[in-house]
Design a protein around this ligand. Structure first.
Ligand code: 8X3
Length: 255
């Protein structure tokens, strides 16, 4: 009998890393639940891919909304209920001010999305994985979770939390066949900097000036690689930087 393809749940699928990851898993025949707080882009992604793969479920989900997260997981249609792989991708960076000049409301948005959102989704999905003794949690961390840089303060702290939670989860899951991974990218050209600088496109463009950043597809490839290792093999941490980057603040610019 042909083995059923695994079910993948990916948050933050409207653009960037989440979008490319959803696309890659869908193209490889996985059943994909594509979650985003912006519903339209995930509906469009389904339309784009459904000729090749009919097993796609776009859902509207703001990971910051605890009640909605639990409700969304509880009410998944039967054929999407047994999630095998969770990709906690939804994340946001806001501002690059020094801590003493930072905006506490923006801190809350980052903490609510990058830490609490990841926790809510994981808490909602994990019990069924534990019950089935099968699963894989893949968190999208960041180089910012390993090194701090000027103005990174709260964003870095949220990504340090992701690294800590990934390790803690692996410890809590010892003895159960659930893998845990953090993938920590350096500079990836997405909408990230545009959001961080509150729509200032000129400033966002400067972040990648004179260097070759990673693409969202590079990270999607890494997620797919980690998810498709044989069951006994758990990649716990993966750091990926552009060749032009050697640490949070070391960037080779040809300008
Ligand atoms: C985003 C990468 O280097 O801009 O997580 O913090 S960085």
């Amino acid at each position: 009998m042909k083995k059923e393809k695994d079910i993948v749940f990916i948050t933050g699928c409207s653009s960037g890393i989440g979008y490319e990851t959803a696309k890659l898993f869908a193209e490889n025949g996985f059943k994909v639940i594509m979650a985003s707080r912006n519903f339209k882009p995930v509906i469009n992604l389904k339309k784009k891919l459904e000729k090749k793969n009919p097993f796609l479920l776009p859902i509207e989900l703001d990971v910051r909304n605890k009640e909605k997260v639990f409700e969304a997981i509880e009410t998944l249609p039967k054929e999407f209920k047994n999630i095998d792989i969770l990709v906690n991708n939804a994340g946001i960076g806001l501002g690059l001010e020094k801590l003493q000049d930072g905006n506490p409301e923006e801190w809350e948005t980052m903490i609510d999305t990058n830490i609490k959102g990841l926790l809510f989704v994981t808490r909602a999905v994990l019990p069924n994985m534990v019950k089935r003794n099968k699963g894989h949690i893949i968190n999208i961390g960041s180089v910012a979770g390993r090194e701090v840089y000027p103005g990174g303060n709260v964003y870095c702290a949220t990504k340090f939390a992701v690294k800590g939670l990934t390790k803690a989860l692996k410890v809590d899951l010892l003895g159960i066949n659930i893998r845990v991974t953090t993938i920590d990218p350096g500079m990836v050209e997405t909408n990230f900097s545009n959001v961080r600088f509150r729509g200032d496109r000129e400033r966002a463009k400067k972040v990648y000036e004179g260097m070759t950043p990673l693409t969202p597809k590079d990270i999607a490839d890494a997620v797919y690689f980690c998810a498709t290792r044989p069951p006994h093999c758990n990649i716990l941490e993966l750091v990926i930087m552009p060749t032009d980057q050697s640490g949070a603040v070391f960037v080779n610019r040809r300008t």
